[in-house]
Design a protein around this ligand. Structure first.
Ligand SMILES: NC(=O)c1ccc[n+]([C@@H]2O[C@H](COP(=O)([O-])OP(=O)(O)OC[C@H]3O[C@@H](n4cnc5c(N)ncnc54)[C@H](O)[C@@H]3O)[C@@H](O)[C@H]2O)c1
Length: 251
């Protein structure tokens, strides 16, 4: 499928060294975007950038820690220096695979603070670093990675994703006048190594109760991401799109 408005755009995808982020990076490249694989794990990020180049696309890996303001500013500066500016940002990075499973009452406080810093504030830091270049280029689009867990009241992971939904609305309000759209994707359980490591058989229980009873795939998410970044979504901002086989639905 061809999505208008993506070819030749400069797109940063955070946490793109595997799983859903890798699918976002590959899908954007297949539409002709120049892709920056922004990843804390240098080896996996480099591997995805190489994979894109081997398929004929344009991609580079830049190591970033989204939880560090300094690191996100360096990322944006490096992209502007190499590509001339930034059009798209996909805030996919998160501590997810192998995350600690604990409640809000029991989680180690330092773990909680670092988790929220990376999983929620990290997305805001990336927007703060990248939006000035988007504004200078006359506009842009941002996709935040939420989760259906946001709607379920589950621990600090759900809280961080509810925060992503909140950021989506607040940033859409602030950045709309600069022609920057901000939307979120809330995936249901999606088939990645990280999900298997984190949720195990719990994911199978969720899947059994879905109207469309299968795991999501990273490609299911990538189609939604392309749509939200493309011209087809030109009057859509501040929205959270559940891509979840019907897990979340209004009665
Ligand atoms: N897989 C699912 O079922 C599912 C469901 C809902 C939401 N999500 C969300 O989708 C996103 C991707 O999930 P995934 O399953 O591909 O997991 P994943 O663990 O493979 O992806 C997260 C990526 O973020 C990177 N990362 C972690 N900390 C970072 C930091 N400080 N700076 C930069 N990069 C960092 C990791 O190295 C990894 O590559 C996450 O935001 C996750 O919360 C996943």
């Amino acid at each position: 499928m061809q999505y208008d408005g993506i070819k030749d755009k400069v797109a940063i995808v955070t946490g793109a060294g595997g799983g859903i982020g890798r699918a976002y990076a590959l899908a954007l490249s297949a539409q002709g975007a120049k892709v920056i694989v922004a990843e804390i794990e240098k080896d996996s990020g480099e591997a995805v950038a190489k994979e894109i180049r081997e398929r004929g696309g344009e991609a580079t890996c830049i190591q970033v820690d989204v939880g560090s303001e300094e690191s996100t500013l360096e990322l944006a500066d490096a992209v502007v220096a190499e590509f001339g500016g930034i059009d798209f940002l996909v805030n996919n990075a998160a501590i997810f695979g192998g995350m600690k499973l604990a409640g809000l009452m029991t989680v180690d406080w330092d773990y909680y603070k670092n988790f929220m810093n990376v999983n929620m504030d990290g997305a805001l830091l990336c927007v703060r670093a990248c939006a000035p270049s988007m504004r200078d280029r006359g506009g842009g689009a941002i996709v935040m990675q939420s989760s259906t867990a946001a709607w379920m009241g589950v621990s600090f992971y759900g809280l961080s994703k509810l925060g992503m939904n909140g950021l989506t609305g607040c940033l859409a309000t602030e950045l709309g006048p600069q022609k920057i759209r901000v939307n979120a994707i809330a995936p249901g359980p999606t088939d990645t190594d990280a999900l298997r490591k984190t949720a195990g058989s719990y994911a199978e229980q969720i899947v059994a109760g879905l109207p469309l009873p299968r795991l999501g795939t990273p490609d299911d998410m990538a189609d939604a991401c392309l749509f939200l970044l493309s011209d087809a979504a030109r009057w859509i901002t501040g929205q959270v799109l559940n891509v979840d086989g019907g897990q979340i639905r209004r009665p």
